[in-house]
Ligand binder design. Structure first.
Ligand code: AHG
Ligand code: MN
Ligand code: MN
Ligand code: MN
Length: 336
């Protein structure tokens, strides 16, 4: 094992301080809140089966989904950890109807960042012991520090993100993030509760052999997606491709980044805007994809250039190895 393997996430943040164009101290505070909350969520996810925290919470979120107990728990844990950092002025979450304002403390000038989270991604997989995740996205506010945070602080294009990442609670727990200068992955050693750099400078293979889509909805897909799926299944060159779909965006993305592949959640006849949320899921994954040499699109346009109009906005999502996303876009354009 190289010495680098033993670098901790904390050391890495300090080492790479020049990568972040704003104050490192601010980024460290943000990432340490996320790191801490992720360890607590990890503990809860791991004991879900014996702690009476599997199953429904008994209510729906603003998107009309049944909330799982762990959705609510993870949401509270992340909000609690982030609220205690004076650099955070507001939090928006898939599980909360509206954004939350964090009031400025004595150091009002520090109160500069908004955080958007999908506290538990793939939550329908909890009850069956399949990997779930957390996704986060961080922006500088556009309004003055020290004043109440406003909706426009959250409705920024994805290109404006200063950092984004995810945690995957899988066969091992990892944190993967970018501050706009490449993507790095850290694996949790649960015995001592420390993340170590395990996947430096992660890159999507330019192309791959995996396509990830909920094919059960085939009949509802737009023609371009149907045509692309048929292309993936054709016996020609390196095809047919392999189909892999976990149903947790984080895990599907993570596998595709390592092995090469494409993830698609398209529009359907019932949901013309698809299912995934632009601000909590697609923008952070798109930034990670691009930073790892991959690509993210809504089938026609770059995800990161989309101007958001509402907090819980949905968008079709095509993301992964660059050549595969470009090919899928060709099929979308042809079917117009
Ligand atoms: P969440 O659990 O945060 O609501 O997200 C679920 C998302 C995503 O993780 C996954 O890829 C997709 O929904 C699965 O949806 P289908 O079951 O419709 O395929
Ligand atoms: Mn959900
Ligand atoms: Mn999700
Ligand atoms: Mn979720």
């Amino acid at each position: 094992m190289s010495e680098q393997t033993f670098q901790t996430l904390g050391e890495f943040i300090i080492d790479k301080q020049d990568d972040f164009k704003y104050s490192t101290g601010e980024l460290s505070r943000l990432l340490s809140a996320i790191r801490l909350a992720s360890k607590v969520v990890n503990r809860e996810v791991n004991k879900a089966g014996i702690a009476e925290i599997i199953g429904h919470a008994g209510n729906q979120n603003v998107q009309g989904e049944d909330q799982q107990k762990l959705d609510v728990l993870a949401n509270n844990l992340f909000i609690e950890a982030l609220s205690q950092r004076e650099v955070v002025c507001g939090i928006a979450s898939e599980e909360s109807d509206d954004f939350i304002e964090i009031k400025a403390t004595s150091n009002a000038h520090l109160n500069k960042y908004v955080v958007l989270i999908d506290p538990l991604d793939g939550s329908s997989n909890i009850d069956v012991n399949v990997s779930v995740g957390t996704i986060f996205s961080i922006y500088r506010r556009v309004t003055e520090p020290g004043t109440p945070v406003q909706l426009k602080d959250f409705l920024q294009k994805g290109v404006k993100q200063v950092a984004a990442g995810y945690v995957v609670y899988g066969s091992s727990t990892m944190i993967v993030y970018t501050t706009g200068n490449g993507v790095n992955g850290f694996t949790l050693d649960p015995s001592i509760g420390t993340y170590y750099l395990s996947h430096p400078n992660m890159k999507f293979p330019t192309t791959g052999k995996i396509y990830s889509i909920n094919e059960g909805n085939y009949i509802k897909f737009p023609q371009g997606v149907k045509d692309y799926i048929k292309y993936c299944q054709l016996e020609e060159g390196d095809r047919p491709y392999t189909s892999r779909y976990i149903g947790s965006l984080v895990s599907d993305f993570h596998r595709n980044m390592i092995k090469g592949g494409i993830y698609i959640y398209p529009s359907t006849s019932q949901s013309p805007k698809g299912k995934l949320r632009l601000l909590y899921e697609c923008n952070p994954m798109a930034l990670l994809a691009e930073q790892a040499g991959g690509k993210a699109s809504d089938g026609y346009r770059r995800i990161l250039e989309i101007e958001p109009t509402e907090l819980h906005q949905r968008v079709p999502f095509f993301c992964g190895s660059a050549a595969m996303v470009t090919k899928a876009e060709e099929f979308m354009a042809k079917a117009l």
